[in-house]
Design a protein around this ligand. Structure first.
Ligand SMILES: N[C@@H](CCC(=O)N[C@@H](CS)C(=O)NCC(=O)O)C(=O)O
Length: 246
């Protein structure tokens, strides 16, 4: 039995962490049974979620990082998430995955963590009950990480502009297809779905979300994959779609 450790439902999403969502969707794509538990990222082998425990009765080997978990699933369970893709499509899939996880995700992190209103209603609750100094320390660390990743060196408008370029790139690759590379989902669909759902959740306000809402094909793509992989979850984009009263 595989045990998947993540954050759990929240922020208007079936899973708070986009990386955990990616792994969960890939487990569902592979048709593998798994159990899900909430964990403190520090308990994972890389100090982050997701991580999985793949031993019997949850006492076995722990693997951290969504990309290495994917590799484990593919090697151990005879799955190729990119089956049927040409070498060029596989290369594009990898490039899109890196763009979304290592670039777009920083724009999302900036909107969620460094906008004071979004932070207060969302991530701040990870630290409920903690002294203010602890919260300030975490925020300083996040700000440092966003800056070290490069994104935090830009103005708010520049960060949104970079995020929008990634959205436009994904929309161009998707075209009018059901999934990124055709009629069946491949590995990178899990990543793209996870990051786009994170950007679109009506739980947070922000320019990046507003710009994401403007990509109708991406909104429909997230709706589709949400219904397919989280049919039990009430994905409520109504506040986003409802016309704003004059
Ligand atoms: N490269 C990692 C990224 C995972 C990641 O950034 N996880 C975040 C939650 S969204 C985390 O655990 N952050 C806690 C930390 O870095 O201390 C993956 O693909 O799994």
């Amino acid at each position: 039995m595989i045990t998947l450790y993540g954050c759990g439902e929240g922020f208007g999403l079936p899973e708070i962490s986009p990386y955990v969502t990616k792994t969960e969707v890939q487990l569902k794509m592979a048709g593998l049974a798994y159990e899900k538990r909430a964990a403190n990222p520090a308990e994972g082998p890389k100090g982050q979620v997701p991580f999985v425990d793949v031993g019997p009765l949850g006492g076995g080997v722990r693997i951290g990082d969504s990309t290495f978990i994917r590799g484990y699933i593919e090697r151990t369970h005879g799955v190729d998430f990119d089956e049927g893709l040409s070498p060029e499509q596989r290369a594009t899939a990898w490039a899109v995955e890196r763009m979304m996880e290592n670039h777009f995700a920083w724009a999302l992190c900036h909107e969620r963590w460094l906008d004071p209103v979004n932070f207060a209603k969302g991530p701040a609750h990870f630290f409920d009950g903690a002294p203010a100094a602890v919260v300030d320390g975490v925020l300083a660390e996040v700000r440092g990480n966003v800056r070290a990743g490069g994104m935090g060196r830009h103005s708010d408008l520049e960060i949104v502009a970079l995020g929008v370029r990634s959205l436009a790139a994904v929309a161009a690759i998707l075209g009018d297809r059901r999934y990124l590379f055709g009629d069946r989902p491949c590995g990178v669909d899990a990543t793209v779905f996870a990051l786009l759902a994170g950007a679109l959740t009506p739980f947070f306000e922000g320019e990046l979300r507003r710009r994401a809402e403007g990509f109708g094909t991406l909104v429909a793509y997230v709706d589709r994959l949400m219904a397919q992989f989280y049919p039990e979850f009430e994905w409520d984009l109504e506040p986003v779609r409802r016309p704003v009263a004059a």
